[in-house]
Each structure stands twice: as C-alpha cells, then as structure tokens.
Design a protein around this ligand. Structure first.
Ligand code: AKB
Length: 321
C-alpha cells in the first residue's frame, strides 16, 4: 500500500535537541508553512522561529494541542517533547507526566481527528541489565531501571495498542545517544559525548561523569533525522512492526571518543568522575542489533566515529570559537 501523503506536520518539542534540526529538515522537504513547530519553555532559535510557524503549547494540555491541530489542519505529528533519563531520576513525576500523559494526548487526538501518521521516539533506555548488552536484539526482555525507560516501554506498548485497536499509523524508533552540533541535549546520560566536544573546543579539558571504559551506542544527528524521515516515508506494507525499531549508529567508549577528539585537538585532556549516571549507563546496551529495521524499511546509518568527529569539530570550531 503506498504511503498516504503527509501534508501538514506538527513537531512538538521543536526547540529541543532533535526537534530544532528535524523541523528545519522537514521544512526543507515539505515546505516552510506546512511544518508547524511547537515548543513550551525553551525559546526557539531565530532560524527555527523565522523559517515557519511557531506555537507555544504545553503537550500535557490536550485542549491546547487540539486548538493547534484545528488551526493548521494538521495531519501528521512528530511528537518529540520528553524529559530524558537523568532529569527523570530527579523528577520522576514530571517525567511520567511529560512523557506518558502527552503521548496519550497525542494518540487520542490523532485517533479522534483521523490523522495520517504519528512519529514518537523511543530509546535504548527501554533495556535493562537483563537484556544482552552486546548487539542487543530487537526482541528481548525490557526491564529498565529508570523512570525514563519505564515511560519509553509504556509508550511503546501504548503506540502498539493504538495501532492494533484503532489502526492508527504510529511509527517509532529506539534512539541511542544523539550527538548534535546545533542544540545541546539536556538531562540525558549520553550528554557527556556532546559536552566533551564543546568543552574540548572551548577549554581543552573536560571532566566526564562516566568511566573511561563506558561503552554506549550513539548516533550522529544526520542519521537521527534520516531514521525518523525514512521510517515515516516507508511503504506501509514494509513496516510490519508497530513497536519501536532498534536503530544503530556507532558504539564507542568515553576513552575512545577522547582519543578521536585528540587527533584534532592534541592538547585536550579528559578526567573521569563517575556519578549516579554511571549505574544507569551500565544498565544500558553497549551496541544494538538493528537488522530488523534494515530488512523491513532499508535502514542504514551513514556516520561512524571518525566521520562524526571530523564533522563535529569542523562545524563547532567555526561556530563556537
Ligand atoms: C538519554 O541519555 O537519556 C537519552 C537516551 C539514550 O534516550 N539520550
């Protein structure tokens, strides 16, 4: 069955790490006026604000979102607003409200207004220490140890329920840590990988909050955007799995990232001071098996550690220094 066209798109969490870059790419593809950015607390960048419509909406306010859906005749939602893992451990109630209540709102609105499609990001945080940590398979035991992970497992089940019960076309991937050159993340465990670049360029030193030998799966922003857009464009007949797909980019230890950055900034020094985030990192996969996504809708990542590091240094050297 050919994919039904997405004509008017709403992006929630558009001022966040993924949203700020994905919205621009969606505008490039579907037209500036047809991609509506929605944020809540964080001020949008000038680029985001000036390139198309922007609305301030609280995703936990169903009426507020409904108004925006009606105002613009929205048929597709990328629902990105979320509280990440470390922040969720400090404020579990907030993590539940933002991550689950808002998803329920979006799915209900999509069902009632017969929207064409919804994208919602899950995370490698769905896995806990009982899952194999190397090449973590698509289907395995999901017993996360963080509130964020709990909301992601519950969210996957909710999306699956809406597909089976109501036929809602909702698609999802399990993102690893995302490395970005425009908007920094906030409140995640994998944030150290992004912070390390910024601090290496600005100060030539960084204190990392996980051990040197900590290996986690990561992905560069162009691949993150590609995964969302490829899956949303995929033929419905190819998308057989309505729970989130594993997607992989690269895996490296904090020490390996330091060594790669040193190739460009030889004087860079990194110290290690693990805190409560280490235990969470140790409960997550080290690498991901994404063969199901490859087989079903042709997923392929494009950036490895070397290519990502080169691009991050080149981009940030110009913009930060
Ligand atoms: C986090 O660290 O919380 C996120 C994630 C892996 O979902 N980047």
């Amino acid at each position: 069955m050919p994919v039904e066209r997405m004509k008017r798109i709403l992006v929630t969490g558009a001022t966040g790490q993924i949203g700020s870059e994905l919205t621009i790419e969606l505008r490039n593809k579907y037209g500036n006026d047809d991609v509506i950015a929605a944020g809540h607390r964080r001020k949008p960048s000038e680029k985001l604000f000036n390139s198309g419509p922007f609305e301030y909406v609280d995703v936990t306010d169903r009426e507020g979102i409904t108004k925006v859906i009606k105002k613009y005749g929205i048929d597709t939602i990328y629902h990105l607003a979320a509280v990440l893992s470390a922040a969720g451990e400090e404020k579990p109630q907030l993590a539940w409200n933002v991550n689950i209540d808002s998803l329920y709102n979006i799915l209900e609105i999509a069902r009632k207004h017969e929207l064409v499609r919804v994208f919602w990001p899950s995370s490698i945080a769905v896995f806990g220490p009982e899952a194999p940590r190397v090449n973590t398979p698509q289907d395995t035991v999901l017993i996360p140890r963080t509130m964020y992970g709990v909301t992601k497992v519950a969210g996957e089940l909710l999306c699956n329920y809406y597909f089976i019960r109501f036929g809602l076309d909702v698609r999802s991937v399990r993102y690893p840590g995302i490395i970005s050159s425009e908007t920094p993340p906030g409140g995640g465990i994998t944030d150290y990988a992004v912070e390390m670049f910024y601090e290496a360029i600005k100060k030539k030193r960084y204190t990392c909050f996980v051990r040197e030998d900590t290996v986690l799966p990561m992905m560069y922003m162009p691949d993150c955007i590609k995964a969302a857009m490829d899956l949303m464009e995929a033929d419905l007949s190819k998308v057989k799995r309505y729970v989130s797909y594993n997607v992989a980019g690269m895996s490296f230890s904090a020490g390996e990232l330091v060594a790669e950055i040193k190739k460009y900034i030889p004087g860079f020094e990194c110290g290690y001071k693990p805190d409560f985030r280490q235990k969470i990192a140790d409960s997550w996969p080290m690498s991901i098996d994404d063969s199901v996504a490859s087989e079903e809708w042709g997923w392929r990542s494009t950036h490895d550690l070397a290519a990502m590091t080169k691009d991050m240094i080149e981009k940030n050297d110009k913009t930060i220094c």
